[in-house]
Design a binder for this molecule. Structure first.
Ligand code: NAD
Length: 262
C-alpha cells in the first residue's frame, strides 16, 4: 500500500530517541521530509544525520523542549519557513515521572501538565492555522495505553493523557471540516532505550537478565512480548498518512493486546 507520503512534510516532536525517532525514520523511509525536535542538540543532530544517511529526504533538526510554549511556536514556525507546509504533526514528549498520587505536590502536577497536556494543546494550536491554510493535514498525539486502562504507579499518565483524549474527540469534530484529522496513538510496552534501561535496572536488582525482565513485561500482553519500536512507528505513520484519510477522533492502541478494555 502506498501511504502517499512522498515529498510530504512531517514534524515529529521529541524524536532524538525512542518512539519519536523511530516514527521520524519511517516517515523518511516513506519519502516524507522530516523535522525532528528534542532538547539535547547533540543527540538530536546525531539522529537527524542517521536518518538522512539512510534515506534521500531532507531532515531538519530543531532543538526544542516540548514543555515550553515558545519552543513549540519556534519549531512549527521553522518547519513552515523551511518547507512551506506541514502535512503531518506527531506530537510527542518524554513520559511524565512515575509515582503514586501521594508522591506529588502542586509543583510536580504543574510540571506534568506542561509536559503531557499543554505540549499537545500548544502544538495543535500552532499547527492548525498552517493546515487550514494549506487545505488539510493530520495531527497525531503519542500517549499511552493508560488512556484505556490505568497503570499502577503512573498517576500523571493515567490522569493527564485522558485530558488529551478528550481534547482529541472535541478537536477532531471542530477541524474535520478543514480536512484536518486528529488522532491518538497509544503505545504499550515498547523496547525503547528507556524501557531497556528500566529492564536492566530491574535485572540488576532481581539478579535476572534484561531478556527475563522484558519477558515479564511482555507476559501482560496477548502476544506475550514487548513491541519493537518499528512495530509502534509503522502504525503511527499509517495513522498520520493520507492512507488513513477517513480515520479521525480515534485512539489507535498499539499494545499487543495488553489492554482488556473494549
Ligand atoms: P524515550 O525516553 O525513549 O524518548 C523520549 C524522547 O523525547 C527522547 O528523544 C528525549 O530526548 C525526548 N524528550 C524528553 N522530554 C522532552 C521534552 N520535554 N521536550 C523535547 N523532547 C523531549 O521515551 P519513549 O519510550 O520513546 O516514550 C515517548 C512517549 O511515549 C512518552 O510520553 C512515554 O511515556 C510514552 N510511552 C512509551 C511507552 C514505551 O513502552 N516506550 C509506553 C507507553 C507510553
Amino acid at each position: 500500500m502506498d501511504l502517499q507520503l512522498k515529498d510530504k512534510v512531517a514534524v515529529v516532536m521529541a524524536a532524538s530517541k525512542g518512539l519519536g525517532a523511530a516514527t521520524a525514520r519511517v516517515f523518511a523511509e516513506e519519502g516524507a521530509h522530516v523535522v525532528i525536535s528534542a532538547r539535547n542538540a547533540q543527540a538530536l543532530h546525531a539522529t537527524a544525520q542517521d536518518i538522512a544517511r539512510c534515506t534521500d529526504v531532507r531532515v531538519l533538526p530543531v532543538v526544542a523542549d516540548s514543555s515550553k510554549a515558545a519552543d513549540i511556536a519556534r519549531l512549527i514556525d521553522t518547519a513552515v519557513r523551511t518547507f512551506g507546509r506541514i502535512d503531518a504533526l506527531v506530537a510527542n514528549a518524554g513520559g511524565p515521572p512515575a509515582g503514586r498520587f501521594i508522591d506529588f505536590d502542586d509543583a510536580a502536577w504543574h510540571n506534568a501538565i506542561e509536559l503531557t497536556l499543554m505540549s499537545t494543546v500548544r502544538a495543535a494550536r500552532a499547527v492548525i492555522p498552517v493546515m487550514q491554510q494549506q487545505g488539510g493535514g493530520s495531527i497525531t498525539f503519542i500517549t499511552s495505553v493508560s488512556v484505556k486502562h490505568a497503570l499502577d504507579n503512573l498517576v500523571f499518565s493515567n490522569s493527564l493523557r485522558l485530558a488529551v483524549a478528550g481534547m482529541v474527540k472535541t478537536l477532531a469534530r471542530e477541524v474535520g471540516p478543514d480536512n484536518i484529522r486528529v488522532n491518538l496513538i497509544c503505545p504499550g510496552y515498547t523496547a525503547t532505550d528507556r524501557i531497556l534501561e528500566l529492564a536492566a535496572a530491574h535485572a540488576r536488582r532481581n539478579g535476572t537478565t534484561v531478556e527475563a525482565e522484558l519477558a515479564k513485561s511482555g507476559a501482560h500482553t496477548a502476544l506475550g512480548r514487548v513491541a519493537s519500536v518499528e512495530e509502534f512507528a509503522r502504525p503511527c505513520v499509517f495513522l498520520a498518512s493520507p492512507a488513513a484519510s477517513y480515520i479521525t477522533g480515534t485512539a489507535l492502541v498499539v499494545d499487543g493486546g495488553q489492554s482488556r478494555s473494549l
